[in-house]
Design a protein around this ligand. Structure first.
Ligand code: SR1
Ligand code: MG
Length: 411
């Protein structure tokens, strides 16, 4: 038995004791706790605790001193506090769309939260080519409510700056600055993973394109300096749980794992969603799942168009800044978010194709030739999204960019 007054990395066998000590009223007696480590991400340890006696369960998530993806990468365990505090905030802004946080512990770097085992990880469900009719509605509600409400357009400016301070997240931002905004174009840390058949293609299209480097450099400084809204910061389909069709709007989707949260450009979150839908599209396409692929593209269009519509409505209703109320400002602000979204879609497409943190949607495409082509399509679509970002204004523009790259590479 420990007082848990000094940090140590827990094993399954420690977690039952931790929960008994720290969550004494959660389970009914008698206690018959079973604990299983179920973490699937690159960074943390996630334990599911079930009381076999009453069937209740919860999740214990602990940050380790080094990352799961690489023992050589050390990142502050403060990420666990950031994740906990943003979950509380997001529950306020987008109630019901995030897991409930029961407690967090800044000594053990642990948060205890709602068990969402009745949901599935969206990436894996998409890899089984399942469709989720409420997804576009839910995710745009989540994004508009968490993002718009934390901007200077809506928040009192000193309160917003307090949030900027609380969510300074330098080490996790540095991971993104390296893995998304630098290494895919330079391979400066020699951590890129490039499919051998695409080596020459990547050398020409990414490492050798100095015009592209200039645009990505501009975007990197936008990411580091535009404290626009409190982002999730890692909004891919591995950070989303989904439920089957019969769950109604709002019940079908839960967004978790916001440990990369910080004040940054809104397009980063929205672009991550679109790029990850495109990864799912490739996986479905590789398996000949036409109806699924059509749903993915329709959903991508709806995500952008519903986001725009809800953002504008919310802006009109909730704007408080006197100058932001000026006629034409909301449209100007939103147009820049949509072009940032295009750029960030491109950045995510590239980094998951050649960077060190890849996605299973692409890496599990069994037919080698299809996988090689999918990667080329990602890179060309990405360049289109980055270089022509100012011309993206609606959902169809994103799908058109994917289709242009498909037509160019061939299937
Ligand atoms: C070193 S961490 C690699 C990636 O995993 C996280 O989910 C983020 O996407 C990060 O870039
Ligand atoms: Mg994660």
């Amino acid at each position: 038995m420990s007082a848990y007054d000094r940090y140590f990395l827990m094993k399954e066998s420690d977690v039952a004791d931790y929960v008994t000590a720290k969550m004494p009223d959660f389970f009914k007696l008698p206690l018959k706790l079973s604990v299983k480590e179920i973490g699937d991400g690159n960074l943390n340890y996630v334990f599911r605790v079930v009381n076999e006696a009453d069937g209740r369960s919860l999740i214990v998530k602990q940050a380790g001193l080094t990352l799961r993806i690489s023992a050589a990468m050390k990142v502050s365990t403060d990420r666990n506090r950031i994740e906990s505090e943003i979950l509380l905030l997001q529950d306020k802004y987008a109630g019901g769309l995030v897991p409930k946080l029961y407690r967090y512990d800044t000594v053990m770097c642990v948060c205890v939260m709602e068990d969402l085992s009745n949901y599935r990880l969206m990436r894996y469900a998409l890899m089984e080519h399942k469709t989720f009719p409420h997804f576009a509605e839910d995710i745009t509600g989540y994004m508009v409510n968490t993002l718009l409400n934390t901007t200077d357009a809506v928040m009192e400016h000193k309160a917003k700056k307090d949030l900027v301070k609380r969510f300074i997240n330098p080490e996790l931002c540095e991971i993104t600055e390296d893995l998304v905004y630098t290494e895919p174009y330079k391979d400066n840390k020699k951590r890129n993973i490039v499919t051998p058949e695409n080596l020459d293609f990547v050398k020409k299209e990414l490492y050798g394109d100095r015009f592209l480097h200039l645009e990505v450099a501009k975007l990197k400084f936008e990411f580091m300096n535009n404290a626009q809204a409190l982002l999730h910061g890692d909004l891919h389909t591995g950070s989303i749980f989904v439920k089957d069709d019969e769950a109604g709007p709002g019940a079908a989707t839960r967004v978790f794992d916001p440990e990369f949260a910080f004040y940054g450009p809104i397009g980063y979150d929205v672009g991550n969603i679109i790029a990850n839908l495109f990864f799912a599209w490739h996986n479905g396409d590789g398996a000949g799942q036409t109806a699924f692929c059509d749903w993915v593209l329709t959903t991508a269009v709806s995500v952008i168009d519903l986001f725009k519509q809800k953002f504008l409505d919310g802006f009109t209703k909730n704007v408080t800044d006197v100058m932001a109320k000026t006629e034409g400002f909301a449209e100007y602000y939103l147009a820049s978010i949509v072009s940032d979204t295009a750029a960030c879609t491109g950045l995510e497409l590239v980094r998951r194709t050649v960077g060190m943190a890849q996605v299973k949607d692409i890496t599990t495409i069994a037919d080698r030739e299809r996988r090689v082509k999918a990667e080329r399509i990602n890179i060309l679509c990405a360049k289109d999204c980055i270089l022509n970002r100012a011309s993206f204004t609606c959902g169809q523009d994103f799908v058109d960019a994917l289709k242009r790259a498909v037509n160019y590479v061939g299937k």
